[in-house]
Design a protein around this ligand. Structure first.
Ligand code: MN
Length: 515
C-alpha cells in the first residue's frame, strides 16, 4: 500500500520506532518528537553543559523506555531568543517532526520564547518535570538550587503560553515514572492523529443518504480546520475498476478468506463478488491517494451488492469508513485507527442500533451496522455469511459476522454545529453480548454507557451526538481531548462523572463562546 506519508524523506538518521508497526497503510518511519530544554546564558558554561547532558540523557532514556510510539529526539538547550525562534522555525518545516516537548531545567525567561511560540505550527507539550526525583537533604545548597529550578521555571514557561493562547498539553510528573512516560506516549499518538488529519484525503462514492442531517457538514470548514480533502467520485468510475478485476486475482483472495474465516454459506458467488469489490476499491483508493471512504446503499448504480466483507477488510487494514455518505465518521475512523497503530484491541465504524432496558441501572446498547463493522473488534471467530439486505434493492451481500470483545472503550462522534465542529467522546464498558441472537445477520457489539444507560443516553442526546460513531478499545478520552485541543475544535467528554445539569450549562456556555 502507498500511504500519504510516502512522500516524506525516509533517509534520515533518527532511530526507527518499533512500537507502532502494523500491517496495512504505511507511515512515516522517520516520525519523531523533539525535546527542547529551557535555560539561559546567565548560569555559565558549567551549568549549561550539565543541563545539555541531562536533556540528552532524558530524551534517550524515555525513548528507550518502551512507552513511546515515536522516538523523542533531543534538539538542544535554549539559551536565547534567536536559538528558540530558529528551533521553532525548523520544527515547522521538518516533516519528520510531529511535535515539540519542552522542559525548563533552570529558569528560562519567557520573553525569549515569544518569537518562537508566535510561529509554532506543530503540536506542543509542556513537560513539567525535574532531573532529580526527591530533594537531596544534605546535598542541597545554593548551587543545587541554581541548577534545579524547574519548579519556578515551569511557571514562567507556562505563563507566556497561557497569555499567548498557545494550545498546549501539560504533563506533570517525574520523567522516569512509567505512568508519566505512558502519558507522553499517549499524547504523541494524539499528535500523530493531527499529522494524519492534516494529510488526509477522503473519497466519497456518491452523496450522503437522502434527508439525513447529521452526516452532512461543511467540507470547506473541515479542510480549513482539520486538513481533510473531502471529494466525490461517481460510482460509475468504481464500476469500471470492478469490471477490470480478473478471475485469478479473485481466486487468490478467496483462498485467503478460506484461511482466515469460516465460510458459512453456499453462495460463493456472493463472496467472490465481495472479493472483486475489495480488490477494486483498494486499487481505486490507492490511485486517488485516499485513506478513508464512504458509500451509500442509495447509489450503487452498476454494482451488484453493497460492499460488506470488502469494506470490513479494508477497515481492518486501516482505511476509515463511514456508511451512508458519512465522511466525518469515515475520516475520524482512519485518524483513530492511525492513532491506535500497533495496538490490537480494535477500532471501528459503529452505530447505536437497539437498547436493552432493564429495571436497574445496567441497561445495554447493541451496536452494529447494516454490514460494515471492522473485524478488529472481534472476539472469537469471524464467519462469512450471505443474507438479504432488505434495503437498496441489490443482491444479497456477503459480510463478516462476529461478536465484539469486552472491555473499556470510547465512542466518538464529530458533528457540525453550524460554524463549528463538536467532537463528542463517551466512555463505554463493552460486554460480551448477553444473548446469541442467532437470527441477527451482522456483527454485534454490546456496551454499558457511563455512568448508566439513562444518564449516558440523555447526555449524548443533549450534546447532539450522531447515530454513527467510531468505537475504539485502544484509545482514551484524554487523547481525543488532546486531538480536539490541537485542532481547536469543541470537545465534550461524557464519562462516569457526567452530571446532566452541569452538562447543560457547559453546552450553553460553549454555544455563547463559539457563536
Ligand atoms: Mn448507518
Amino acid at each position: 500500500l502507498h500511504g500519504a506519508n510516502d512522500s516524506i524523506d525516509l533517509t534520515g538518521n533518527a532511530p526507527r520506532c518499533h512500537h507502532i508497526e502494523s500491517a496495512g497503510i504505511k507511515m512515516n518511519h522517520q516520525a519523531q518528537f523533539w525535546l527542547i530544554v529551557g535555560s539561559q546564558n546567565l548560569y555559565g558554561k558549567e551549568v549549561l553543559e550539565t543541563v545539555d547532558a541531562r536533556g540528552r540523557e532524558m530524551a534517550a532514556a524515555i525513548s528507550a523506555s518502551g512507552h513511546l510510539p515515536f522516538p523523542l529526539v533531543y534538539k538542544g538547550t535554549m539559551k536565547s531568543a534567536d536559538e528558540i525562534t530558529a528551533t521553532f522555525k525548523e520544527a515547522n518545516y521538518d516533516d519528520r517532526c510531529l511535535g515539540i516537548i519542552s522542559w525548563s531545567h533552570t529558569f528560562s525567561p519567557s520573553k525569549m520564547w515569544i518569537g518562537g511560540f508566535a510561529l509554532l505550527q506543530k503540536p506542543y507539550c509542556h513537560f513539567a518535570t525535574q532531573y532529580n526525583k526527591e530533594i537531596p537533604n544534605e546535598a542541597i545548597d545554593m548551587d543545587f538550587m541554581n541548577l534545579n529550578q524547574a519548579a519556578h521555571g515551569d511557571r514562567e514557561h507556562s505563563f507566556i503560553t497561557s497569555r499567548m493562547g498557545i494550545r498546549k498539553k501539560i504533563i506533570a510528573g517525574y520523567w522516569q515514572d512509567a505512568a508519566v512516560q505512558q502519558r507522553l506516549g499517549e499524547w504523541m499518538r494524539a499528535a500523530y492523529g493531527v499529522h494524519v488529519s492534516r494529510n488526509l484525503k477522503v473519497l466519497r462514492f456518491g452523496d450522503n443518504m437522502r434527508q439525513v442531517a447529521v452526516t452532512e457538514g461543511d467540507k470547506v470548514e473541515a479542510q480549513i480546520r482539520l486538513g481533510w480533502q473531502v471529494n466525490t467520485w461517481p460510482v460509475g468510475d468504481l464500476v469500471q475498476y470492478i469490471q477490470a478485476v480478473g478471475e485469478t486475482e479473485i481466486d487468490a483472495l478467496m483462498a485467503l478468506y478460506e484461511q482466515q474465516y469460516r465460510l458459512c454459506t453456499d453462495n460463493l458467488e456472493s463472496v467472490r463478488y465481495q472479493a472483486r469489490l475489495e480488490i477494486a476499491m483498494r486499487k481505486f483508493l490507492e490511485d486517488k491517494g485516499c485513506h478513508a471512504f464512504t458509500d451509500t446503499f442509495e447509489d450503487l448504480h452498476g454494482m451488484e451488492q453493497l460492499p460488506g466483507l470488502a469494506t470490513q477488510r479494508l477497515m481492518a487494514e486501516g482505511y476509515g469508513f463511514g456508511g451512508e455518505g458519512d465522511w466525518k465518521t469515515a475520516a475520524m475512523c482512519h485518524i483513530m485507527k492511525q492513532m491506535a497503530r500497533g495496538k490490537t484491541l480494535g477500532t471501528s465504524f459503529m452505530e447505536d442500533y437497539t437498547y436493552h432496558f432493564t429495571t436497574g441501572e445496567d441497561g445495554l446498547v447493541l451496536g452494529s451496522h447494516m454490514l460494515e463493522i471492522c473485524p478488529s473488534l472481534a472476539e472469537g471467530e469471524a464467519r462469512v455469511e450471505v443474507h438479504p439486505l432488505g434495503i437498496g434493492g441489490k443482491k444479497d451481500p456477503a459480510r463478516l459476522v462476529f461478536e465484539g470483545r469486552a472491555g473499556e472503550a470510547i465512542a466518538v462522534s464529530l458533528v457540525d454545529m453550524g460554524g463549528r465542529m463538536r467532537l463528542i467522546c463517551q466512555d463505554l464498558d463493552c460486554v460480551k453480548p448477553i444473548m446469541d441472537m442467532p437470527n441477527l445477520p451482522v456483527a454485534r457489539v454490546m456496551w454499558r454507557m457511563q455512568p448508566s444507560l439513562a444518564v449516558g443516553l440523555e447526555a449524548w442526546l443533549r450534546a447532539g451526538g450522531a447515530h454513527h460513531t467510531v468505537l475504539s478499545f485502544d484509545l482514551k478520552a484524554e487523547q481525543m481531548r488532546d486531538f480536539a485541543r490541537m485542532l481547536d475544535i469543541e470537545f465534550v467528554h461524557l464519562s462516569k462523572d457526567t452530571c446532566l445539569e452541569q452538562l447543560e450549562k457547559d453546552l450553553f456556555i460553549m454555544d455563547l463562546v463559539w457563536n
